[in-house]
Design a protein. Sequence first.
Length: 403
Amino acid sequence: MNTPSNASHITSDPDRLMYPQYPHSMQDDEIDLFELASKLWARKLTIAGLTAAVAIAAVIIALIIPPTWQSEARIYKATSTELAPLHSIQQQMGIAPTTSDESFSVFNRYLNSPSTLRSVFEASGLAMQALEASDSANADALLAANFKDFSKDLAIKRSDAKKDGDEYTNVSYESNDQAFSASLINDYLLPAAQQRTVTELSGSLSSALAQQISQINRNIETIESKFVQTVNLDIMKSEQALALAQRGGISTLSTDRFTRITDETLFQLGTNILSKKLEQQRTLLDQYRLISTPKAGDTDKPLLSEVIPLYLKLQNLKALDTRLENLKPVNIDEPAMVPATPIKPKKTLIVALGIVLGGMLGVFVALIQIAIANRKEKQRINVGAITPTQTLTPEQEMEALRK
C-alpha cells in the first residue's frame, strides 16, 4: 500500500509539517534594467520636476551673478626712435647707450613692483572705496584684503621669446566695471610703470652727468693750479736773480749772446732785464680767467689754452636736460580696450550644468523612492512567508497523511 510510503516521505521533513509551503520564491538581488527603467519612467514627473526646478535656479543664479569684464594690453620693447632722446644725451656724454632690452627689463621690474601696485591701488580709487565700506576699527585689515583681491585680479605675464617667437609683456585686469577694467591699465598702471622707468633712467643719466662735470672741474682745477704754481715759482726765481744782480752791480747783460742762461746764472741778465721780466710775471696771473679761483672782472679775460676744450665740454654738459620727459621706454603696441562682452559668468554653461545636475538629482531621488518601495514590498512578503502555524498533534498528522 502506498499510504506508509507517503507517510514516511512526509514525516522525514518535519519543517513541512511546521510551516506551510508557498508557491512563490523569495525575490533575488539581481537588477532587471528593463524593470528599473520602467519604474523610473513611472516617476518621470518627479525627475522632470526636479530637473526644471534646478534649471530655473541655475537661470536665476546666472542672472544674479554680476558680470566680470577683462581688458588686456600688450607691451613690446621700445624702438630706437622711441629711445632717441636718451641716446642723444648719452652720445653727447660719450657713454654707452641704453639698449631696448635694458629699458624693457627696468619697465617690467617696476610693472611688477609691489610699490607700483600699491600706488595704483590708491590712485585709482580702489583704496578709497574700501575705506568707505569699513569703519576705523578694521580699516587696515580691509585695505589689506582688498589689495590682495586687486593683485589677484591683475595678471602680468612676460612671454618666452623662444616659445612665443617674440618678447612682450601681457597685462590683464578683471573688474565688475566694464570701463574701469581698461582705465586701470591705460590710465594708472602703465603710466606709473613708465614714469618710474623714466625716473630711474633719468636718475642714472643725471648721476653719470654729475660725475663727468665733477671730473672736468677737477681737471680744470689741476691745470690752473699747476699754472699758478709755475708762475709763482718763476717770480720767485726772478726775484732771487734780481737781488743777486743788484748786489753785484749788474745792470745789463754781462755775457755774450751765445752763453746759456740757467736758473743759477739768471742774475747775469742784469737788473734792467730782470725788472722787466719780473713785472711781466707778476701781471701774468691777472691776464687769464681762472675758473677754479674766480675773481671780479674775470669774464672778459681769456682762458688757459689747455682749459678751453674742457670748459667748452663743461658748458655743453651743463646745458643737457636729463629729465627725459618725452622718452618712451617701451612700446605699448596694444593698449587696453573696453571689453564688449564679459568673461564671467558663462550663463549658457551655468544653465546647461543646472539641467544636467537637476536631471541627476531627479534620477537619484527616483532611485531612492524605488529602493524604499522595493524594501517595503520585500518586508511584506517575508513577514507573510515565515509566519509559523500551530504545532500539529499526532491525530492531525495522521489525518494529514490520509488526505
